[in-house]
Write a protein that binds this ligand. Structure first.
Ligand SMILES: [Zn+2]
Length: 205
């Protein structure tokens, strides 16, 4: 099994411990090779996912190239959104969080942008400083995860959000990404801190 699969399992356990992917929700993906995406299964206890449980999906078409030996497993419903983020933002890894802080942070804005400012942690994002007002796009939730793709694509192409490495989903959570697994991990930690901070401040940051 590849190191990349082991790394994703390790991150799933850490994120579960953080309360970001509890109740079998949330997910993770990463490129195994150009055009080949490792995708965690859906509706399973994410902290128990093993290296052999990942699907390999074609980034362009979404077609499953390799399925895990366990035939009961199904690929994550996040797959279409993950592929959009990878294609539109040149990401190498995407984390889908169901953290309460992400849900409550999205509640702080009525429109499609969450503004975050006056926090040192903003420097954890490429090209962003603590004097910037950082805008995170927020999309409304849908009954099924793949139905989010249209609104996700529209906001990822919006130049207001060019510096953002996350997209919030109202009443649901967030997608957070980076150029590779390590950057996605860093950005997941940065954004969860930022979400917790703006919620604790009551949106007055
Ligand atoms: Zn979800």
């Amino acid at each position: 099994m590849s190191d990349q699969r082991e790394r994703l399992c390790d991150l799933l356990r850490r994120f579960y411990d953080n309360g970001w992917i509890s109740g079998t929700g949330g997910g993770i993906c990463a490129l195994e090779a150009p055009g080949r995406l490792l995708l965690a299964p859906t509706s399973v206890h994410k902290e128990l996912v093993r290296p052999e449980d990942f699907f390999v999906v074609d980034v362009e078409s979404g077609r499953v190239l390799e399925a895990p030996p366990n035939e009961r497993l199904r690929p994550s419903e996040c797959g279409d959104i993950f592929r959009s983020v990878i294609k539109l933002r040149r990401a190498g890894s995407v984390v889908h969080s169901h953290a309460l802080s992400a849900v409550l942070a999205c509640d702080l804005t009525r429109d499609d942008a969450l503004a975050i400012s006056s926090l040192e942690m903003l420097k954890g994002l490429p090209g962003v400083t603590n004097t910037d007002t950082h805008l995170v796009p927020v999309v409304p939730n849908t009954p099924r995860e793949p139905e989010l793709v249209g609104s996700v694509d529209r906001l990822l192409s919006d130049e207001r959000f060019g510096a953002s490495y996350a997209i919030g989903v109202r009443d649901h959570g967030a997608y957070i990404w980076g150029a590779d697994v390590w950057e996605a991990k860093k950005h997941a930690e940065v954004y969860h801190f930022l979400f917790e901070a703006v919620v604790a401040r009551g949106g007055s940051s």
